[in-house]
Structures are given as C-alpha cells and as structure tokens.
Design a protein around this ligand. Sequence first.
Ligand code: ADP
Length: 310
Amino acid sequence: MKVGIVGAGQVGSSAAYAMALMGVGTEIVLIDRDADLAEAQAQDIAHAIPFAEPVIVRAAGYDSLTEAAVVIIAAGVSQKPGESRLDLLDRNVAVFREVVGSVMTHAPDAILLVASNPVDVMTFATWKLSGLAAERVVGSGTILDTARFRSLLGAHLGIAPQSVHAYVLGEHGDSEVSIWSSATAGNVPITSFADQVGRPLGPEIREEIGQNVRDAAYTIIAGKGATYYGIGAGLARIVRAILDDEKAVFSVSVTMPEICGFSEVALSLPRIVGKDGAIADLMPALDEGEREALTASAKVISDLSTSLTF
Ligand code: ADP
C-alpha cells in the first residue's frame, strides 16, 4: 500500500527510513517544497532497502499521492530568531493551507497523520482545512511521551515497559498530563505493584518521572538540535496500525467536539487506531488532580487554536 510523506526534512525522512526498515507499506512517496532534498532523501533511503524490506521509496509531486492510504504531514518552517510562538504558528498554518489543499486534491480518501509541531494545534488546523471527519485526521500527539513514561516506570519497577499500561494525555508539550491513577503493571494497579516490589511511587518519584517525560525533547534538542528518530519510528508504527487495520490503542491527537468544557480541541487520549483512523476513544478514569490538569492542558491548546483564522 502507498504511503505519502509531505515534508522530507528530519522528521519526514526518519519516518520513511523507519518504514523501510520495518517493512511498513509497499511504496513511500516523499514530497517537499525542496525537490532536491526529497530526491536526495529518497535515494539515501533507497540504498538501505537491499539491507531491509522490499519497499519502494521515491521522490515525486502531489499527483503521485493518488490512492495513498495514509499521508504523513511533516512539513513546516522553523522559528526565526525573535519570532513568537504565535507568529510561527501562523506561518505553519499558511504552509498547511497549501499542503493540505494539495493532498486533498490527489488523495481525498487517505488518512492524514500530522507530525508537525505544535502537533495538537496543527492537527486541529488540518482537520479544519481538509473538511475530513475528525477521526481521519490523526496527530502523533503523546505517543512518544507515553512510550517514555512506560519505559521510566518499567525501569523503576523492574518490569518490561510493554507490560506497563499507562498513558500521557493532553497536549504534546509542557501541559501534558501523566496519568497515575489508572496505570497498571500487568493487571495490578501500579501503586500496589510498586509497594509489592518495595519501590513505592511517592510524590517525589512521581514528580521526577513526570518531569523526565516532559523534558525529554528539551534534553535531546540541547544535545543535537532536533528530535527525529523516535518520532520517525512512532509514525511508522502508527502507519502500520492503519494499513493493517490493527485496532491497536495509541495516545494520538484528534479534534474533539467537546473536552473538559472546550469545544473543537485536538488533544491526546488513548484511541483505537485502524484503517478508518482513530475510530474510538478510551477515556480513562481520572482523579481530581488529573482532571484539573487535563482541563488546563485543553485550555492551552484551545487558546492557540482559537487564535487562528481560516
Ligand atoms: P523537522 O525537524 O520538523 O522535520 P525540517 O525543517 O527538517 O523540520 O523539515 C521540514 C520540511 O518541510 C523541510 O524539508 C521543508 O522544505 C518542508 N516544507 C516547508 N514548507 C513546505 C511546503 N509548503 N510544502 C512542502 N514542504 C514544505
């Protein structure tokens, strides 16, 4: 099956590379305003194919998106010195106006997977600009934050992260909310398990883990300027879930008619992902503090989203 990627920069190309190594899809089409960049990325990744899975990777124009099942949108502009977050957002929405319009002309039946930041607001903008049903416009949201939360909890408790069932909800950003109250290790509440193994999850360790999850991207950016391998692999994993109609659960971002008193806000909740997009939400039980934090997170996204004009 064909997968399109618009934006062949660091994130888009890492997603293509991860898909090639994982054998996700049969054909990957890379599109970028910078055609030479798209061509170079496609060739570089194509040279990995003999060592990986038989996926075709090529650079092309929007007309090659015909019949793509999924289109990843990883295009964007970077912040200019002194530019405010809101000005940057306006410029990225202008990019998306052009990109989403072109994608919809050639692949109106594709699921759109949004990776550009701020991902929740860009997911909302893509939903608005595309006119698609909300569940067909999926943002990568907190997939990485959730993965990191699970691995930190797993390391603390001496259990594989795959056996930790815990999610980070809300904004992919500073206001995100790690959910402790319904987290489990296997089928045991995480706090009971932590007590059983003599590694109690008191307020200090919770704060440390939550902080570590929130600051992970900052730490990587301080060291290498950007983050792309982790999100590239995460995007490849979501594309596989869509192409294979897995109905697996991921904390992805989708625009909701109403959440925590705000209307038309895109944020992450655990959601079932398959060929029709993010088809259902699994709203976990929240304690009062978590509910308040999720409301604050929804407000941050809502304030940015309502500042946009379409
Ligand atoms: P990231 O680290 O988020 O991947 P990059 O700057 O490496 O950021 O990649 C963003 C890519 O988006 C760039 O390759 C840029 O050329 C591309 N891009 C920007 N605007 C458009 C557009 N209007 N159409 C297609 N691609 C675009």
